[in-house]
Ligand binder design. Structure first.
Ligand code: ADP
Ligand code: MG
Length: 282
């Protein structure tokens, strides 16, 4: 085997996150190679160039497939293809979180428009409807009436993808436009912030314009975050947690297996890129 590098970074769009990972790899004295998926494909079993592959495509499927092919060459993919798959599909990870005893919002799976509408019209509103795959809050909808339920289901039926026709329908957690984002690396919470939805919005994604502030994780938040990332066997991940403003109960929304972190680094001043690079430093 011709191992010339300590780590390869597999990406397509070179965001600030990938630049920070390159920078911290170089600071750590690692020999690092950037592989751009726009110009590089993979042959099964092709020669391995490094022990580790950091998987950083903006597309969940490009990340998943490249991790899978690189693992065949003996790379330790970070995250692994399995973790990327589980994190990337909420219909796969939410049941696992439930089985691990992690609190999640009551969640119903509907695989036909009739089932989705039947459940939504029978259940107390507001409800949340989300597709199994997606990020940045895209297609995460609030259902406040039977009319909205029918419209959301109708719109999703028009999207030509089987995953987009699957509905994860959750009870609305009274987060009042605020939730918690934590970042876990190898069993430790390395940074945490509060996110506040912008005016006129209920979702708290930074991509939608949420405001952020540093947050010191409580024991409950730490416990949920660490257990969630461990459940999907990920080396690192970001975790979204909502707290019900009335009951104080915590609910895990999701784990991201190829997470962005520029907002979290800026808000908390934590060196997240270094924490990730420490995983591949032997
Ligand atoms: N059950 C829920 N109750 C209240 N708000 C929710 C619920 N599920 C999601 N949200 C809001 O929508 C946002 C996006 O949902 P999430 O499941 O994290 O999907 P995405 O992968 O698009 O970020 C969350 O950060 C939160 O603000
Ligand atoms: Mg999220």
């Amino acid at each position: 085997m011709n191992i010339n590098y300590d780590v390869i970074i597999v990406a397509d769009v070179i965001r600030l996150e990938e630049k920070r990972l390159l920078e911290e790899a170089q600071n750590a004295g690692l020999r690092v190679l950037l592989l751009n998926l726009s110009s590089k494909g993979f042959r099964i079993g092709e020669e391995r160039l490094a022990p580790y592959a950091l998987i950083r495509s903006i597309s969940m499927y490009r990340s998943l497939y490249s991790a899978s092919f690189l693992e065949a060459s003996g790379y330790r993919a970070i995250n692994s293809s399995l973790s990327i798959l589980l994190a990337g599909d909420k219909a796969l990870s939410l049941p696992l979180f439930f089985k691990s005893g992690i609190p999640i919002p009551p969640t119903y799976l509907a695989l036909s428009p009739e089932t989705a509408i039947g459940y939504m019209t029978s259940r107390r509103k507001p409800l949340i409807d989300k597709p199994p795959i997606g990020s940045w809050g895209r297609l995460v909808s609030i259902i406040d009436s039977d009319i909205t339920a029918k419209i959301v289901v109708e719109h999703r039926e028009e999207i030509p993808s089987p995953q987009m026709k699957a509905h994860l329908i959750q009870d609305y957690v009274q987060i009042n436009g605020e939730d918690i984002r934590c970042f876990v690396v190898r069993g430790d919470v390395v940074a945490c912030m509060k996110r506040k939805a912008p005016p006129g919005e209920w979702r708290t994604n930074v991509a939608i314009g949420a405001q952020t502030e540093p947050f010191t994780p409580t024991d409950t938040v730490t416990e949920i975050s660490v257990k969630a990332v461990e459940t999907i066997k990920a080396d690192y991940g970001s975790v979204d947690i909502g707290v019900d403003k009335i009951t104080g109960e915590h609910y895990l929304f999701e784990v991201n297996g190829v997470p962005e972190f520029k907002g979290l680094e800026k808000t908390t001043k934590a060196n997240i890129a270094k924490a990730i690079i420490d995983v591949v430093k032997r």
